[in-house]
Each structure stands twice: as structure tokens, then as C-alpha cells.
Ligand binder design. Structure first.
Ligand SMILES: [Zn+2]
Length: 232
């Protein structure tokens, strides 16, 4: 029998308590508002992180919070692309710390910050928040994850490339417009794209990527649950 799960902001108190009593896990998807070239929405990283966390929670139980759109070192300061909202590392780490500590206070024993935006500056900012939370709270296990960590060699982690675009097509059908891309080869400087050509993306590929990420992340969660004594 699978453990209960739900989307935190949609749940009534009794529903949160029922989930927490059986699966005291909270997933905090971390996203961004960031240029993902002409074909994909600004909120891609949020959509991706939230979609993956929801699929994960269906396997492990637990709650999923709404994605926090706070990207550190977005492509705006990096390459000058517009429409991005760039957040300082310091602020993001403070927010990460507070979510960790307050979810611990709410009785969650494992808190995962799952970021869909993953330059080293972002991972480090979230890790700094987690480290400060760890220093004052030992009864909850905090960890930073990114889809990047679970994609392995099968799919290349990218920015607005075939992998991210496939996730977007899978999670929000109809939200990608590949026709909006120029005919020329796509580059980081001209298009703000890193990785394989997004024209190779498909919803089917997104489904495969999700299966892989979820299976590896569930494995890691089972290790955590054993390490913390939540599962024998
Ligand atoms: Zn992205």
C-alpha cells in the first residue's frame, strides 16, 4: 500500500496531519523566473522541480510545497537575457533556512530542497541554508537535491536544451513553442541555451527522464529513512 501524499497549499489541516503521521517528508521544490530562450516559459525550473517532487511524493509519501521561484545567478547577470528575476545568494539561503526550520517545527523529519535551477551558486546558497538549519535542529534531516544529480549519463543536464524542454513538454503540454526558435544553430550567447538542441525534445522523453530521476531519488530517500531510523 502506498503512503499518502499531497500538495501542501491545497491541504486542510487534518489532511496534512494524516500524511505527516505516516510519511513525515516535506519536498520543497526550488525554481526560478529565468529566460529559457524563445520557446519555453520563464518558470520552467519551477514547473520541473514541482512536477518531479509530486511524482516523487507519490512513491515515498509526504507533502510537496509550492515551488519557490528564487533563482541565484540566473542567465540575466551571466549573459544579459531579459525577463529573469535574479535573487542574491544570501537571501535565497535565508529563505532555505527558514523553510527547513519551520517544516521541522511542523513535525516533518525529512526536508528535501529540490532545485530545478542548479548553477553551483544556487546549490551552494541552498546548502548554506541547510547547514545553518542543521546546526540548530538535529531531529530533522535536511538535504539539497537537484534533477542534475539523478539524470546520470543517460540525459544531459542543460539549460533550455532538449532535457529541460522535454520536462516542460511533459509537465505542461502545449506550453512549448519550438517554432519560435530561429532556424540557425542555437548557442548560449545568442539564444541562452546550453546542452542538446531543444528541437530534439518531446513529452515522451520527458516521461523517460522523470522515471529515471524518480527511481534514483526514491533509492536515496530509502537510504535516508534507514539512516534516520524512520524505516527499518
Ligand atoms: Zn532551467
Amino acid at each position: 500500500m502506498s503512503l499518502p501524499s499531497g500538495f501542501y497549499s491545497d491541504l486542510r489541516p487534518v489532511e496534512i496531519e494524516r500524511i505527516r503521521d505516516q510519511a513525515p517528508i516535506a519536498y520543497v521544490p526550488w525554481g526560478a523566473l529565468e529566460w529559457h530562450s524563445l520557446h519555453a516559459p520563464i518558470g520552467l525550473d519551477s514547473v520541473k522541480a514541482e512536477g518531479i517532487c509530486k511524482a516523487l511524493a507519490q512513491e515515498t509519501g509526504g507533502v510537496v510545497l509550492p515551488a519557490i521561484p528564487m533563482g541565484v545567478n540566473t542567465i540575466k547577470p551571466f549573459k544579459g537575457f531579459p525577463h529573469s528575476i535574479d535573487i542574491s545568494a544570501d537571501l535565497a539561503s535565508r529563505v532555505a533556512e527558514e523553510f527547513c526550520l519551520q517544516l521541522a517545527d511542523e513535525g516533518f523529519k525529512v526536508v528535501i530542497l529540490f532545485t530545478g535551477h542548479y548553477p553551483p551558486e544556487q546549490i551552494n546558497a541552498l546548502q548554506a541554508g541547510v547547514d545553518r538549519a542543521k546546526a540548530v535542529c538535529s531531529s530533522t534531516h535536511f538535504e539539497v537535491w537537484a534533477d542534475l544529480h539523478f539524470l546520470g549519463d543517460e540525459f544531459r543536464a542543460d539549460h533550455a536544451g532538449a532535457t529541460e524542454t522535454s520536462f516542460q513538454m511533459y509537465f505542461e503540454p502545449g506550453s512549448v513553442d519550438l517554432e519560435a526558435l530561429p532556424e540557425a544553430p542555437l548557442t548560449l550567447d545568442d539564444d541562452g541555451i546550453m546542452g542538446d538542441d531543444p528541437r530534439e525534445a518531446s513529452a515522451g522523453r520527458g516521461a523517460e527522464q522523470l522515471k529515471l530521476v524518480v527511481s534514483r531519488a526514491v533509492k536515496r530517500m530509502n537510504e535516508i529513512l534507514k539512516e534516520t531510523g524512520l524505516k527499518s
